[in-house]
Design a protein around this ligand. Structure first.
Ligand code: AHG
Ligand code: MN
Ligand code: MN
Ligand code: MN
Length: 325
């Protein structure tokens, strides 16, 4: 049985990258343990403040953020962190060569109902070693990521990771406390009949997305000629995990309710790391038209529409948007 430690020894070209991934995944064990205790660990409910995104923070959003921040601040390779839950990026060790970005707790609305949540992370190179890192150091396109992954705290705890040109998955063994390799070559089928979207936002979407979902709902009586099925975990990490396991399309599209119609998801903490995983597993990830990984960020907290998953379906959505443009 191969463990995460074995895998990193064999495949991570940079020991600093190994070390930072180990720090994040060790914190993941702590968060996983707290979630197992649930109400008994006093982790449920509201924290009583809003984050920079204008969202009410849950206790676990804050706790997970603090655990990651504290652990990474002690890691000599980490030059700074940026998080959905922090107003600004926090400098760590100026001599470090890596920047770490995270959504400490994805799927906050699932915490109090004992449903799947996760941690999403992205690692970028730090170019100004020796100097204190700033927000602007993090403004790098997703195609610059050195590694990306997530921890899904579901019925079991799973780690999906990409540090090379493939995606691998590990399951946390509760007995040994080790992450054990369960899939060394995750691949997404090009075609799918399963999709994930919060349809209650239909009236806020652009016309091509409305048309796309109308076509899927029409099923075999419509232009698509086959029936489709909906699944929505309400945690991106759960929906992306399902897509890595059995294909599908996930979207949080253009949405007129949000600034710049950008939808809900954050480029740096959600869209970029998930897009790297999806592309490296043979899928595609766009903002409906453009490749997410090529977007040049202008703000660490910026939002972006997301359409990702099985390649042919993502391209079908793109064609509809191009026709309407
Ligand atoms: P977060 O909990 O980190 O703020 O992210 C929540 C996101 C994402 O995980 C999920 O896909 C989406 O919000 C769910 O949105 P709805 O509330 O529209 O279901
Ligand atoms: Mn949030
Ligand atoms: Mn999230
Ligand atoms: Mn979050």
């Amino acid at each position: 049985m191969s463990t995460l430690a074995n895998y990193l020894d064999a495949h991570a070209k940079d020991p600093a990258l190994s070390d930072v991934i180990t720090t994040v995944t060790e914190v993941g064990k702590t968060i996983s343990g707290l979630l197992k205790k649930g109400a008994l660990a006093d982790i449920l409910g509201e924290a009583g403040n809003q984050n920079v995104q204008g969202e009410e923070q849950k206790k676990l959003d804050v706790l997970a953020n603090d655990l990651l921040l504290d652990a990474l601040a002690k890691n000599t390779h980490c030059a700074g962190v940026a998080s959905e839950e922090l107003d600004d990026a926090t400098p760590a060790n100026a001599d470090g060569s890596l920047l770490v970005l995270f959504d400490p707790l994805d799927g906050s609305s699932n915490i109090d109902i004992n449903m799947a949540v996760g941690t999403i992370f992205s690692i970028l190179p730090y170019e100004r070693q020796g100097q204190k890192s700033e927000n602007s150091d993090f403004l790098q396109a997703g195609n610059q990521q050195l590694a990306a992954g997530y921890l899904l705290y579901g019925t079991s705890t799973v780690l999906a990771l990409t540090i090379a040109d493939n995606v691998v998955m590990f399951s946390l063994d509760p007995d040994s406390g080790d992450y054990i390799l369960i899939n060394d070559h995750v691949q997404i089928a090009a075609d799918t009949s399963e999709y994930a979207i919060n349809s209650s936002n239909y009236r806020y979407w652009l016309a091509p997305m409305q048309q796309y979902i109308d076509e899927l709902i029409a099923g075999k009586t419509g232009v698509r000629g086959r029936d489709f099925n909906t699944r929505w975990v309400a945690a991106m990490v759960g929906d992306v995990h399902r897509i890595l396991c059995r294909g599908g399309l996930f979207t949080y599209p253009f949405d007129t309710k949000y600034p710049n119609k950008a939808g809900k998801l954050r480029l740096m903490y959600e869209a970029n790391p998930m897009s790297l995983l999806i592309e490296r597993a043979g899928g595609a990830a766009t903002d409906a038209i453009n490749r997410i990984l090529d977007i040049e960020p202008t703000d660490i907290h910026q939002r972006v529409p997301v359409v990702l998953g099985s390649k042919n379906e993502v391209n079908y959505v793109k064609d509809l948007h191009v026709q309407h443009a």
